[in-house]
Each structure stands twice: as structure tokens, then as C-alpha cells.
Design a protein. Structure first.
Length: 238
């Protein structure tokens, strides 16, 4: 599995979708928790951090003006402190879940990752439409937040328009395996179980997965879709 982040070059700066693990996680892996590290077996090297990847693309991490989080699980927010000047866009429901977790949610959020005090910009579900998904919220003319609650309380997808037409759609943790966006689903049983266990609301997660499958089937030629953790999707887009 990978932590698939997306860097968007805009006229007024860079926008990053998710941050993966960060330099502070590399410096002190114990804060990630022994159980999570045993399950995920992360590659803990600075070269794999979003900040290092941004530099490798020839940019300065200080030029990242905005970060959009699909959700706030610890493998998505670890790099926030590496971009201290960025505005951090997140669903209001997700920030509330992270700051006031229920018993089942406590293991997924790591407040130390945002202890530096990010410049939070919270978003409720809007009223616009994007390929049949209602209540979406636009950030400028080129980025759309798509509510896909279920994996976590405020989970969302992030759609980015391409200058030449069409969209790139970061579906976050709506699915974990590329075959899961197809019909019929083609997902290893172990990953199906994992997604069910991690879901804050599994019924809602599955309903939104069906909507994502419909989007892929009907508009796959217009929307390039990928999730957070499938290595083959990352390799294909690279």
C-alpha cells in the first residue's frame, strides 16, 4: 500500500491533497503506535515524505499555500507540520471527529500531527453538483470537495480540473484496491474486511462506494480516478 498525495500547480501557489506521513513521524515512529506500525509496516524515510517529494519536483515546500485533506487519519495528516504556512482545508465534520473522537475513532487520529496549530479552513457540505454528486464545495475554479462520508465521519473526495479538459479525482479511502471501483467488485477479501473494520459508518461507506463505481463506469473517459492506497494506480499516474 502507498500514501498517494496529489500536488496541484495553480497560478497563485501550490495545493497539496493529503500529506501522508511527515518528517516528525520519521523522527519519532513510536508516536504512530506499535499496532498501526505492525499492521502497515511503513517505509520510514525522509525521501518518501510529501515535503521531500515536492522538492524533488523542483518546488519549494514553502510555496504550498493550501492543503486539502480527504480525511484526518494519521497516515494522511503526518506531513502537515512540514507545511506550517499552508491553509488546511477539511470537512467540518472530520475536524470535529478528530478533535472529539468517539471511542472507536480514537486510534485513527493523532493530535500530535497538528499540534503546531494549522490554519484550518473548515467546509460544510455545499449545494453544487458534480457528475451527479450533490452538496459539493468548490475551492476556486479548479478544485471541488465531494462528500463521501463513511470511511470516517467527514471523509471527502477531491476533484481537480485539468487545463485541457477532464478531471483528476482523488477518492481518498473510499476504496483501497483499484478493482474495487469496478463492477463487479474485484477486491481481495482481506482488504474488504479491513475497510469494514476501519469504517466509521460502513453502510454509508458502501453506498458512497456504489456512487463512485457508477461515476467510473459512466465517466471514466472524463474522470481519472484513484484512491489513497493502491500502488498500481500511483505507478500508472506517475
Amino acid at each position: 500500500m502507498v500514501a498517494h498525495c496529489l500536488l496541484v500547480e495553480r497560478a497563485d501557489g501550490l495545493l497539496l491533497v493529503d500529506t501522508g506521513l511527515g518528517s516528525d513521524d520519521i523522527a519519532d515512529p513510536r508516536r504512530l503506535g506499535g499496532a498501526w506500525r505492525a499492521l502497515s509496516r511503513p517505509v520510514l524515510t525522509l525521501a518518501e515524505t510529501a515535503a521531500a517529494q515536492v522538492r524533488a519536483l523542483g518546488h519549494d515546500p514553502a510555496d504550498v499555500t493550501d492543503i486539502v485533506l480527504t480525511h484526518m487519519d494519521l497516515d494522511h495528516t503526518g506531513g502537515l507540520a512540514d507545511f506550517p504556512g499552508a491553509r488546511v482545508h477539511v470537512s467540518a465534520a472530520e475536524l470535529d471527529a478528530a478533535e472529539h473522537p468517539r471511542l472507536k475513532e480514537r486510534g485513527r487520529y493523532l493530535p500530535a500531527q497538528w499540534a503546531h496549530g494549522p490554519d484550518w479552513v473548515t467546509h460544510g457540505d455545499g449545494g453544487d453538483d458534480w457528475f451527479g454528486f450533490g452538496a459539493v464545495r468548490a475551492i476556486g475554479d479548479d478544485v471541488v470537495l465531494v462528500p463521501l462520508h463513511g470511511h470516517s465521519r467527514g471523509h471527502q473526495g477531491v476533484a481537480v480540473s485539468r487545463p485541457g479538459g477532464g478531471w483528476v479525482f482523488h477518492a481518498g479511502d473510499t476504496y483501497f484496491f483499484t478493482g474495487d471501483k469496478q463492477r463487479p467488485r474485484d477486491c481481495p477479501r482481506r482488504l474488504r474486511v479491513l475497510q469494514t473494520v476501519f469504517a466509521a459508518d460502513n453502510q454509508r461507506r458502501l453506498a458512497n462506494l456504489e456512487r463512485v463505481q457508477e461515476l467510473y463506469a459512466a465517466h471514466g473517459d472524463e474522470v481519472t480516478m484513484f484512491c489513497s492506497h493502491d500502488a498500481t494506480e500511483l505507478a500508472a499516474l506517475r
